[in-house]
Ligand binder design. Structure first.
Ligand code: SF4
Length: 276
């Protein structure tokens, strides 16, 4: 049954069909679909633009467990969103295509990005993150409710280590490996001006280190360990980039006060100072 998009009113299936007009939809009905990790690798490596990467990500079906989960959530829904369509597909990166700051998260939330189709959008983690980006001048607004809410990021891009919502917010190492070529391609096509990578949590920290290694960079020995506020210098061919740790703005961290708005503001103030 088609339901109206909460802002545009356009009727959509859940999951949303590629090319059906969802706000921010990067794919068309003809976008090739990766069905296996090998196909992810081939398509990501062959992508020539970030738009191609976003389109390929958004229709990817290479992880059977995650495909099954994201689509089941899109059909069952949370009661409070039962009148809305759910995206039910992978969430591509969002923001500047020539960023100076790259934010790497864990994975879409079942009723956040998996519902709205935009990374970190539609849940309290996103309110926390985009609120901080707004306060430091990296976003035009503090609110992020849906993919047509007018949010624009300035010199920052937000991506996730794994692009599909996982059960229990816990992707497996194999799923992280399957999805890594998409992150690598995004780095290759948008990372030229990036001076700082903000890793939201230990999982994203490891994903960023692996991404830099695969790009021919050096992370040092032993590899730097994640910590909130920790900064590590990573060497990549021709330049260095700073990796900056930040606790993930999950409700588990924000409700308990482990991560406060002031703490996240400090992280992004550092990121802006490094990237200036
Ligand atoms: Fe594809 Fe990544 Fe989703 Fe796996 S997690 S299905 S590789 S987009």
């Amino acid at each position: 049954m088609k339901l109206p998009h909460p802002r545009t009113g356009g009727p959509f299936d859940s999951p949303v069909l590629p090319g059906s007009g969802w706000p921010g939809e990067p794919a068309t009905r003809r976008t090739p679909v990766a069905q296996t990790p090998a196909q992810v690798s081939t398509m990501a490596t062959g992508a020539r633009t970030v738009e191609q990467v976003d389109a390929g990500v958004s229709v990817c079906r290479a992880c059977p467990r995650l495909v099954q989960w994201r689509e089941e959530v899109a059909v069952v829904k949370r009661k409070s969103f039962s009148g809305q369509p759910y995206w039910g597909r992978p969430a591509p990166g969002f923001g500047s295509t020539r960023p100076r700051v790259l934010v790497v998260g864990l994975a879409p939330a079942a009723h956040g990005a998996n519902r709205t189709g935009r990374v970190f959008t539609g849940d309290r983690s996103g309110d926390f993150l985009f609120g901080a980006l707004y306060r430091i001048g990296l976003a035009n607004q503090a609110t992020c409710t849906d993919s047509a809410d007018g949010l624009v990021l300035n010199a920052v891009r937000v991506a996730a280590a794994v692009r599909c919502a996982p059960p229990g917010n816990a992707p497996t190492p194999a799923e992280r490996g399957n999805c890594a070529p998409w992150l690598d391609a995004e780095w290759r096509l948008t990372g030229t001006d990036v001076r700082v990578i903000v890793a939201l949590g230990g999982f994203a920290w490891q994903a960023a280190l692996s991404m830099i290694r695969r790009a021919g960079g050096s992370v040092g020995t032993p590899a730097p360990k994640f910590g909130h506020g920790t900064i590590a210098t990573l060497e990549i061919p021709g330049r260095s980039v700073q990796l900056l740790g930040c606790y993930h703005p999950s409700q588990q961290n924000t409700f308990t006060g482990r991560l406060t708005p002031a703490m996240m503001d400090d992280v992004f103030a550092t990121a802006v100072a490094i990237s200036a």
